[in-house]
Design a protein around this ligand. Structure first.
Ligand code: BGC
Length: 270
């Protein structure tokens, strides 16, 4: 890992949904950059505790907290425990998310509500609790130029419509407007709010799209860079957005997608 180990020294970060996939990698990178990290999980308790042990054995600080981010009482309890343990919070990575895919006419209200509840409402609830703590504490000049940083995990599907995934794509489109509205509101208080929009990254969420040579070849037609992304590609972007290296960056979506949003079908068509 080539990221400086003191870039986030003295800071506390909470990463939702960090027991696997992109969230896990983000949490590990934030920890290697010096932050104390809260590993939030929903059902993967053992996996979360294993990550905590790894971080500690590398000399870092971490705890695991279980919470369903779509439930207000659980989110509040998670933030209380974070503040009790580490004293404050400097970085929130709103990462928890899931897919419940189906053809539009077959989509149940339960699956619509579940995806909007976790992917979008969950980000709202966590961002609100984080912002309250950032405003309470304000800037600590020896720690960061910002009073706090929020990173929302979006997707290329905040701009690319996605048949068979209307709940998911809608949640990601919503994240974009939520993120920019919060950024506009809190910029004067020196809180930075940005999104990362991953393209196709090798994680459990999209395993069927890359785990056979045929599926991977199909997927690569959508990726001009010619490779499926790795979780580290996203984690490195998250460290940058969380650090003062990006102090003048506010209200943007950083697409980390190997060019997927370049609409590669138009290279020869249209
Ligand atoms: C989805 C993945 C998908 C990728 C590109 C992500 O947001 O979660 O399943 O592979 O977008 O389509």
């Amino acid at each position: 890992m080539s990221i400086s180990s003191d870039l986030l020294e003295g800071q506390v970060a909470l990463v939702t949904g960090s027991s696997s996939g992109i969230g896990e990698s983000v949490a590990r990178y934030l920890a290697s950059s010096g932050a104390a990290v809260v590993i939030n999980y929903h059902s993967e308790k053992d996996e979360a505790h294993k990550i905590v042990e790894d971080i500690k054995s590398n000399g870092g600080k971490a705890i695991a907290i279980g919470a369903d981010v779509s439930k207000e009482d659980q989110v509040k309890a998670m933030f209380e425990q974070t503040l009790q343990t580490f004293g404050t919070l400097h970085i929130l990575v709103n990462n928890a998310g899931l897919q419940k895919d189906s053809a539009f006419v077959d989509m149940s209200l339960d699956h619509w509500n579940m995806v909007i509840g976790i992917n979008l409402t969950g980000q709202f609830l966590c961002a609100r609790e984080a912002a309250k703590e950032f405003l309470r504490r304000g800037i600590e000049p020896n720690i960061s130029k910002a009073a706090g940083k929020i990173i929302c995990m979006s997707s290329v599907h905040q701009v690319i419509p996605w048949a068979g995934h209307v709940n998911y794509a809608t949640s990601k489109g919503g994240i974009d407007m939520m993120m920019r509205s919060i950024a506009q509101e809190l910029a004067p208080q020196k809180i930075r709010v940005n999104s990362i929009a991953p393209g196709a990254i090798k994680t459990p969420i999209n395993k069927s799209a890359w785990d056979t040579p045929e599926a991977e070849a199909d997927l690569l037609k959508l990726i001009p860079s010619g490779r499926v992304g790795e979780v580290d590609d996203i984690a490195k972007a998250a460290v940058w957005l969380a650090s003062d290296e990006s102090d003048y960056v506010n209200g943007i979506t950083l697409f980390v997608d190997g060019g997927m949003t370049l609409y590669p079908g138009f290279r020869t068509g249209g």
